[in-house]
Structures are given as C-alpha cells and as structure tokens.
Ligand binder design. Sequence first.
Ligand code: ATP
Ligand code: MG
Length: 407
Amino acid sequence: MQIPERVRRILAALEGAGYEAYAVGGCVRDSVLGREPQDWDITTSAAPREVKALFRRTVDTGIAHGTVTVLSGGDHFEVTTYRVDGTYSDGRHPDSVRFTPLLSEDLRRRDFTINAMACAADGTIVDLFGGREDLQNRLIRCVGDPDERFTEDALRILRAVRFSAQLDFQIEERTWNALRRHAPNLVHVSRERIFAELNKTILSDHPEKLMQVYEAGISPYLGGLFPGVSADHRAALLARDPAVRWAALCAEFTGERVSALLRGLKSDGRTIRNASLLVEELKRALPGSASDCRKRLSEIGPERFRDLLSLKKLGYGAEAEGGRAAAEAAAAYAERAVEKILASGDCISRDTLAVSGRDLISAGIRPGPEIGHAMDELFRYVLEHPEENRKETLLNLLGERGKGVGK
Ligand code: ATP
Ligand code: MG
C-alpha cells in the first residue's frame, strides 16, 4: 500500500523516537479499495504530550481523547494515542477513554472490520478482523459482537447504512440483525449527528440505500416521518446538494411535510427551505412560454429553477406535466427558454427593474402604498415585455396610464 510522503515522515519521526505509529481507519480502507482517502489519520503508542514534543506545529484538537493535530506544509494530520473506550452508560459517549500500549486494543474499539485496519510506514497492513476479506466481499461487518457494538454507540447503526451507500456494500447478516434490534437506542444520539449520517447517505452514489432506514425499523426513532420517502436510484443522477436530493426522495410529500421531517432532524434552514420549495414546485406544471418562464424565475430564482429542471428531467413530478414523455419535452423547452432569458439579461427581479421607488416619486406618485402597487404593475409588465425595461419607457407608461397604474 502507498502512503503519501508527508504521512510517512510523521510515522518515521514517531518510530525514530521509539514509538509505534500507523495510518489507520478510513484512509487504509480507501487505499485498499483504490479510492483517494479524504484524510490520513495516524494512531500511535506515543502519549499526546510525547507527540507534541516531537513536532514543531501541533494543535490540541482533542487532548482528552488522545488526539493531537500535526501541521505539515499546508496539510494537517490527526495523531491519536492508542486507546480503549470505557463503558458507554448513555449509548453515546464513552464514560472515559483509557490509553493502551497495544495496537490490537485500539483496533478492536473501532466500528467495522473495514475501518479497523492499520498500515505501517513500509506499507504493511495490520488486519486483525478480516477487513480485507470484507472489502473483497463488499460487506459491512462489526468488529466483534454486533450487539455490544450497537449498544455502546447507536450512531454506528447509521454509519453502517452510510458506508453501505458510499461503498455500495451489503450489511452482513449478523450486523444487520443486531442493528435492527438496537434501533431504539438511536433516541440517545443527537439529531445533528443523525442528520450528518443521513446526508452522507443521500449524497452518496447510492442514495436508494436510505431505504434501509425503514427496512431496519429505524424510522420511528428519527421522528417518524420517513414512511413514504422513496429511494429509487434516479436520485444518484442529481447534483450532490442535500436540498435537491431530499426533494427527490420526498417528491410525493407536501412542502409542509418535508419541512417538518427536516426540521425534526435539525437540518439547516437552507436545506429545509429549498427542499420544501422544490417539492411544491414539482407539483406544478413547468412554464410553457418565455414570459411564464420569466415569471417563474422571478418567483423562485435561477438556482432553484435549474434544480427543478434537473428533477423534472428525471421524471420527478411528471404527473403535473401529463406523464413522463410530456415532462421530458416540457423540461427541454423550459431549459432552453430559461438559459436564453438568463443569457439575454432580461429583468427577472425587482432589483433590476429600470425604475426605482424614488423615480416614481419624482414622477409625481404619492409616497406610500401606491408606490408599491405601481412597482408591482411595472414589474409584471416588464416580465411580459422584457425589451421595455428602460426608465424612460416605464415612466412614460406610467404617465400614459395616468391613474391606471398604481391602482
Ligand atoms: P470518512 O471517509 O467518511 O471520513 P472514516 O472511516 O475516516 O470515513 P471517520 O468518522 O472519520 O470515518 O472515523 C475515523 C475512524 O474512526 C473510522 O474509520 C473508525 O475506525 C473509527 N470510528 C469513527 N467513528 C466511530 C464510532 N462511532 N465507533 C467506532 N469507531 C469509530
Ligand atoms: Mg475520516
């Protein structure tokens, strides 16, 4: 296995000082799979203060848990002392962590066999639980007794689902059965951590694996609004944007229900707003003329419009268009029309209307609600006649209509 130079240097520095040190966890898993690791974590027999003494630039990331971040060039690496997690009385946090001189004990505390391998500076892999074999067979399997592992930390239930989606692996049978039994423990896990795992699941190449959340009976412990969430493979073809993916999986929901589901999961506001807007938009027919496209753009903005088109092109919300074939045609038309509108710079927002409230006051309209009404009317007019978005033209129009405009 190939270890990057910077990581090898850290391992060598630790070994040179008489300690053991290995790359560990996700980076070993990903390298064996031939995937680019996101980050390289290091596990060592050195105590945190010994790690700090060896490197010039370090950050105390999680000293209590044995983690020191070593800065090297523009990169940073988490170096964690071999440790054993104490008992988990709350199914969430170990009550204590204890350092240990044994690599084997550090590997045993890890969640899945594929995440419990270490790799020495020379590329030798330490694989005590059959991680390589499980990678070969594409299986997510707990290290040790799955019942114990899910009792210790129920988040592992959703990590199993998440890794199975990211890697397109099956959850091994004993692990799956234990995971189902321990689903109620998820009430101990914070909504934020749950949401992070669910998001990683739906943003993966296999968002349809979210299905396992109700196949395993987990959904009642996640707010109960999951039934009806669809998880077909089409969602994998969408942008990796949580709002778009949630909208696809919840395409049959009302905006209100999507919003309730995501609020219950402590989602960020942007995802809630955009996902619920998109599911409502899926239920409407796409605009069929340039001026209707401008109107819709003025309501939802170009980004949401493009998101909406990406969904409609895949057949989401096809009923509103009169079926799949009609939906494809409607999406193709709207896409061309919208890109043309955006390229031409037509006014689709009040911000780019050629007149302002102040212009209207100078033109003799009384300050107050009338200004708003006149602006509304001019904006509607410009959406129909984009070529007329000029100050003079619009003020003339007001003049011609006299009292007509502004009522
Ligand atoms: P990713 O590529 O998503 O970062 P990862 O495997 O690196 O995947 P992390 O959450 O960064 O996952 O955790 C690093 C390692 O720490 C894991 O590979 C695993 O060995 C261990 N680990 C993380 N969370 C848990 C947990 N809840 N229970 C047991 N071991 C865990
Ligand atoms: Mg990681």
